[in-house]
Design a binder for this molecule. Structure first.
Ligand code: HEC
Length: 144
């Protein structure tokens, strides 16, 4: 018990109010990092879909699954009071719309995994196109 209390004390000293209110700088770094990793995986999928890279069914499935997993991670980086980075203030003013965009990200990337499971470029291509469109729509609305 004593040890736990000490750990909590140390944590609150380290993170200060960050334990309660999301720290803006840390949140911005977190969400930008998530999106960087998203891009890493989307770049490979995009190259295959465009025919710039040879289609590889295993790689397509791997990258799709990673994008889908990441689609659940970005949102927590947009806590209240974490305005900044390239995020538009409209995110917090239109939270439901933004949140809907995040859900769309999850849905569309899930569909991309299903398409990749088919194991053909023919199935993958439209799913990657739809994913790219979903990225662009949110960026048009909510990113500077
Ligand atoms: C629901 C909204 C939304 C969706 C969907 C979305 N993004 Fe973003 N993205 C943002 C916002 C907002 C930022 C700006 C974050 C910041 O700077 O604080 C961003 C930033 C980025 C960045 C820049 C990260 C950096 O280095 O600063 C990249 C790259 C990116 N997104 C790629 C993607 C890709 C690829 C997809 C689709 C697979 C995607 N995003 C889907 C909202 C979204």
């Amino acid at each position: 018990m004593k040890k736990l209390a000490l750990t909590c004390l140390t944590a609150s000293l380290l993170f200060g109010t960050g334990m309660v209110l999301a720290d803006a700088d840390a949140s911005i770094e977190y969400r930008q990092s998530v999106y960087k990793v998203v891009k890493w995986h989307m770049d490979s999928l995009g190259a295959m879909a465009r025919g710039d890279a040879e289609f590889d069914a295993d790689a397509a499935l791997h990258h799709s699954r990673q994008v889908h997993a990441l689609s659940f991670m970005a949102k927590e980086g947009f806590g209240e009071g974490t305005q900044g980075g390239d995020a538009k203030p409209e995110i917090w003013a239109n939270w439901d719309q933004f949140s809907g965009g995040m859900e769309k990200f999850q849905e569309v990337s899930g569909a991309m995994v299903a398409a990749a499971e088919e194991g053909t470029l023919q199935a993958l291509r439209p799913a990657v196109g739809q994913m790219g469109q979903t990225c662009r729509t949110c960026h048009d609305n909510f990113r500077n």
